[in-house]
Design a protein around this ligand. Structure first.
Ligand code: PLP
Length: 384
């Protein structure tokens, strides 16, 4: 049996008529740029989340850049973000003129550690970008309290967390602005690149709209950029949105099956969910001391896996000049060689889930004396 990491075609087949109709409408209307599909998407996504404004754009990376520019980041301003994320989160800070300040993650949820945020604040700090990583909300109460205390803005990076909640409230509704990616394999994915910024601040929304559309129509009141969501992508997202709650439930179901079967297999540590958070499982990420061997074994058995991410951000070559060492980000660093993303997507069958679990069980049975992450975690905690 083959278990892909994601199967976008399988999803398409479940909603083929709706998608085909949406695409045909865009073509019939030549509504490729702007137009009713894009407008409808912006309105519907904003009202789904319960925010005032949604400004669509070309992708989730642009969304962060645009939000940063909208919050008027200046050269040398420091922005605090997580050491464990997609490079989109940090590269945009630099591109917008800021200085990236990385924080370590908390031990359980892979999200930014509020205590480390507190330690990293300097007079040059202007904002925080928490990432709701893998589909689980960051600790928003603690983050917003720090932001208020130090007069900082917050941009939530919701690239992996469509419909995730923190204390019952959707992520994307806490900060000054929030950004989404609709990259095809996301929980809510387009058929190409797409993204958006959401905010309750009308003035910010107006500035962002102008900036992302070449600085205005007719009169260009500023030099902007061109970052638009295609009509085709908007129409596809409009067709998909009614299905998102059911797809999210399907992801939760798969995660619960994995939890049930994997919690006592080998040295696997299953993902932890903080009690006040509704995880949407964009990714189901386990930790094991035997990550690379397990990954090879699963590949041989037809089960695809992924590394999200191969390194913690501060340890990529792009940041080598900053000269970080593992003890600067002990948890992110500890996790980078131990995390493994298992297949999870709504169309996964029960047989596929069981096959994946069985293969993992077989791996640990066949390994003579696999290293145990539990021992390592205890040793690591003692050292900290
Ligand atoms: C957390 C996070 N932020 C931002 C992005 C960037 O999104 P995009 O690929 O649409 O530019 C991604 C995409 O992988 C992401 O996972």
């Amino acid at each position: 049996m083959r278990v892909p990491i994601v199967d976008l075609y399988a999803q398409y087949l479940t909603i083929k008529q709706e998608i085909d109709r949406a695409i045909a409408e865009v073509i019939a209307e030549s509504a490729y740029i702007g137009g009713r599909h894009v407008n409808a998407f912006e309105q519907t996504w904003a009202s789904t989340l319960g925010v005032k404004r949604c400004i669509s754009c070309a992708n989730g990376t642009d969304a962060i850049y645009i939000a940063l520019r909208g919050l008027r980041i200046k050269h040398g301003d420091e922005v605090i973000t997580s050491a464990h994320s997609s490079i989109s989160t940090s590269e945009t800070i630099t591109q917008a003129g800021g200085r990236v300040v990385f924080c370590d993650t908390d031990a359980e949820t892979f999200t930014i550690d509020p205590d480390d945020i507190q330690r990293k604040i300097t007079p040059a700090t202007v904002g925080i970008i928490p990432v709701h990583l893998y589909g689980q909300a960051a600790n928003m109460d603690a983050i917003m309290a720090i932001a208020r205390r130090h007069n900082l803005w917050v941009i939530e990076d919701c690239g992996q967390a469509h419909l995730a909640r923190y204390k019952g409230r959707y992520v994307g509704t806490f900060g000054d602005a929030a950004t989404f990616s609709f990259y095809p394999d996301k929980n809510f994915g387009a058929y190409g690149d797409a993204g958006c910024v959401v905010t309750n601040d009308d003035r910010l929304a107006e500035w962002i709209t102008t900036f992302a559309r070449h600085g205005g129509k007719g009169d260009h009141i500023m030099e902007g950029i061109n970052s638009r969501m295609d009509g085709l992508q908007a129409a596809i997202l409009n067709a998909k949105l009614p299905h998102l709650p059911a797809w999210t439930e399907a992801r939760r179901y798969i995660a619960s099956r994995y939890d049930e079967h994997l919690h006592d297999i080998g040295d696997i540590i299953i993902p932890k969910v903080a009690p006040d958070r509704d995880h949407v499982y964009h990714l189901y990420v386990v930790r094991t001391e035997n990550r690379d061997a397990l990954r090879d074994y699963l590949t041989q058995a037809g089960v695809s896996t992924d590394l999200n991410y191969p390194k913690a951000l501060p340890f990529y070559s792009a940041y080598a000049h900053l000269g970080y060492v593992p003890s600067d980000f002990p948890l992110a660093c500890f996790n980078q060689s131990r995390t493994l993303s298992l297949p999870i997507y709504p169309e996964m069958t029960k047989e596929m889930i069981l096959h994946t679990v069985k293969c993992i069980g077989n791996f640990f049975q066949e390994s003579q004396e696999p290293d145990s992450i539990h021992v390592k975690v205890i040793q690591f905690a003692e050292r900290c």
